[in-house]
Design a protein around this ligand. Structure first.
Ligand code: NAD
Length: 296
């Protein structure tokens, strides 16, 4: 397995594609943004003018797009990629999308004899750059076996979550929890600082105490606490608040299907919608800190 097409070279896709190049795969790449394509072409990938062109001769197709509508737009319909590639190819769809949407794409692929896995990721842009992503995979175990070398070039932990769409269900559960941790950390940071604590001291105490969590370990939302966190870079880069709002919406849809009670996820969604209304949707999701900061 040598030739891979990579479609969607954004915050996550670009570093993931770069790791495939480093692992020795031949890569053809496409994104709607030409500068992203040019950047990887400069590093040894073949630039393609469309997803179809990128997929010619590719044994494996990897996609990393924003949301369900982009994924359905790429793969489904008479003009969709699944109608244009031969049976026997392997598609690794790594975007975070609705489980129902993933099932639709699985079904279309199966009808055409194409192996497809829903394989959303966790680990953020830092994990994408370091090749340490976690993949949560839904679909056939045999297809996952074939995909192992490709996943291994981009990630560290590869979980088979279950059948079609199961990767997406695991992902929305995880991101709902992440949002709740982020918001809880942000409000505690703001309360402590408003009461006179040094943010770095407070962050370290909570990190090493029973409130410790992934956000406090790797992604503190208070500017200046962690040099490399998006909060210390003007909330640039990272994982956009609008994508977190999308994932929280998917979590609510998923809860609806099972009649699950998810009050924390519902509140988190409302807080992220508020941020979007304030024009902060393109900033990193840790910008939720600004809802709680005392500006007086
Ligand atoms: P992004 O917006 O930075 O990148 C998406 C890319 O897809 C863009 O470059 C866009 O031009 C391209 N694109 C859209 N439609 C296309 C099409 N039809 N053909 C080709 N290219 C197309 O988003 P991202 O942060 O890279 O996230 C991608 C996915 O990964 C999302 O589903 C997100 O929820 C998920 N995710 C993101 C992170 C993170 O930390 N950023 C972490 C885990 C999962």
């Amino acid at each position: 397995m040598k030739q891979i097409a990579f479609i969607g070279l954004g915050h996550m896709g670009l570093p993931m594609a770069r790791n495939l190049l480093k692992a020795g795969f031949q890569l053809s790449v496409f994104d709607l943004v030409q500068s992203a394509v040019d950047q990887l072409a400069g590093e040894g990938a073949r630039a393609a003018a469309s997803a179809t062109e990128a997929s010619e001769n590719a044994e494996v197709i990897v996609s990393m797009l924003p949301a369900s509508r982009h994924v359905e737009g790429l793969y489904l319909g008479d003009d969709g990629l699944l109608s244009r590639i031969p049976a026997g190819r392997l598609v690794l769809e790594c975007s975070t999308i609705a489980p129902e949407s993933a099932k639709k794409v699985h079904q279309a692929a199966r009808e055409r004899g194409i192996d497809l896995l829903d394989a959303p990721v966790s680990g953020g842009t830092a994990g994408a750059a370091a090749g340490t992503l976690t993949f949560m995979v839904g679909g056939d175990a045999a297809a996952l076996e074939k995909a192992q070398p490709v996943f291994a070039a981009m990630g560290k932990n590869i979980f088979h979550a279950g059948p079609d769409g199961a990767g997406q269900i695991a992902k929305v559960c995880n991101n709902q929890l992440l949002a709740v941790q982020m918001i809880g950390t942000a409000e505690s940071m703001a309360m402590g600082v408003a009461n006179g604590l040094d943010p770095k001291v407070l962050a370290e105490i909570m990190r090493q105490s029973s409130g410790g969590n992934w956000v406090l370990e790797r992604y503190n939302p208070w500017p200046g606490v962690m040099e490399n966190a998006p909060a210390s870079k003007g909330y640039g880069g990272g994982f956009m608040a609008e994508l977190m709002a999308k994932d929280l919406g998917l979590a609510q849809e998923t809860a609806q299907v099972s009649a699950s009670s998810t009050p924390m996820g519902a509140l988190a969604l409302q807080l992220y919608r508020l941020l979007l209304k304030q024009g902060k949707g393109k900033q990193d999701f840790s910008v939720v800190q600004q809802l709680f900061r005392d500006e007086r």
